[in-house]
Design a protein around this ligand. Structure first.
Ligand SMILES: [Mn+2]
Length: 330
């Protein structure tokens, strides 16, 4: 693709580069930011890595995560190029949004809902993770891979494919993952850090989520919520509920799972997963968000948790029934 060559030339001629991931960062976001950041540094570039939100504590097991800053660091850094990773819309980069376009802006992403807000947009919805786009770019740039960088880069492939379980785990995913293991990536370090680090309070919160769970459409739709009260009961931050929606989807017969969370900034976030047939993107975009066919989400401001649930659930029920009537689901 010609975008790779354009981005390669832009990186080559830039002395310092601002790299931004998205708010509510996931493993692919952090992996992509680290892989680009550490990779470009190995070419002699100055980099500033920004994720303008809280990073879940367990990612700090990877040493360079401590170098990722919030947008507060922006005024002290001069840069020639902005690289935005894994973000489908400009509002996903938090306060970095204010500087987008002030310098040449590159967007690398794999969300089909991407609005192409860069000067150069490398958006490939068929690839499993943004981390793979960064891997390809780094290879084209001649970045040296050691076990540390390979582990960082592997992380996004592992997490965005549900550790190689989701439908996006295709041949390219396994090829790239295998190549990174060849460079010394340590898959077990990643699964230990991300999957085997649950706090007892998080499991108790999950028990409450299950207790509140409701089923619709003959068990095809499962949904639940986490209110501020529930987070505060266990003293947990917003991101502690991040894996729960996948657990709801894991139930027999469930096609769509939705978890609503009341975040500390007052917004309501809906995290959605589907199993096989239902494309969540239309629902996500309708409510102001985006994502993938089987993993998508949106945030709503100025509404209560129950208002959002009362608006979203009947709509999803209607769409799910339509999809089922088309014969795909039953
Ligand atoms: Mn991703």
């Amino acid at each position: 693709m010609k975008e790779y060559e354009e981005i390669k030339e832009l990186v080559k001629k830039s002395g310092s580069i601002l790299i931004a991931g998205h708010i509510m960062p996931d493993g692919d976001c952090i992996s992509s930011v680290l892989s680009a950041g550490v990779g470009f540094e190995r070419l002699g570039k100055k980099v500033l890595m920004i994720v303008d939100d809280e990073i879940p504590w367990y990612y700090y097991e990877f040493p360079d995560v401590a170098r990722i800053r919030t947008a507060d660091a922006l005024p002290d850094f001069d840069y020639d190029l902005i690289v935005v990773l894994d973000a489908s819309t400009p509002d996903r980069v938090g306060r970095v949004q204010k500087v987008l376009g002030t310098k040449t802006t590159v967007v690398m992403d794999h969300h089909g809902t991407n609005t192409m807000f860069g000067d150069v947009n490398l958006v490939i919805p068929t690839i499993g993770s943004t981390a793979q786009l960064v891997f390809m770019l780094n290879k084209k740039l001649g970045v040296h891979y050691d076990p540390l960088l390979a582990t960082y880069n592997f992380m996004g492939i592992a997490t965005d494919t549900g550790f190689f379980r989701y439908s996006n785990a295709d041949l390219k995913v396994f090829e790239d993952a295998a190549e990174l293991v060849g460079f010394g990536a340590r898959p077990n370090d990643i699964s230990n850090a991300i999957l085997e680090n649950r706090l007892p309070e998080e499991l108790k919160l999950f028990a409450d989520v299950v207790a509140n769970m409701k089923l619709e459409c003959d068990g095809m739709l499962a949904y639940s919520y986490v209110s501020r009260e529930m987070f505060e009961k266990y003293g947990l931050p917003d991101h502690s509920a991040s894996g729960f929606v996948s657990e709801l989807r894991a139930m027999k017969g469930v096609e769509v799972a939705i978890l609503f969370t009341e975040r500390s900034d007052g917004s309501i976030h809906a995290s959605m997963r589907s199993k096989k047939m239902f494309d969540l993107r239309e629902v996500a975009v309708r409510f102001g968000g985006g994502g993938h066919p089987q993993a998508a989400g949106f945030s709503v401001k100025g509404r209560t948790l129950s208002q959002v649930i009362d608006e979203v659930i009947p709509y999803v029920v209607k769409q799910l029934k339509k999809a089922a009537a088309r014969g795909g689901l039953l």
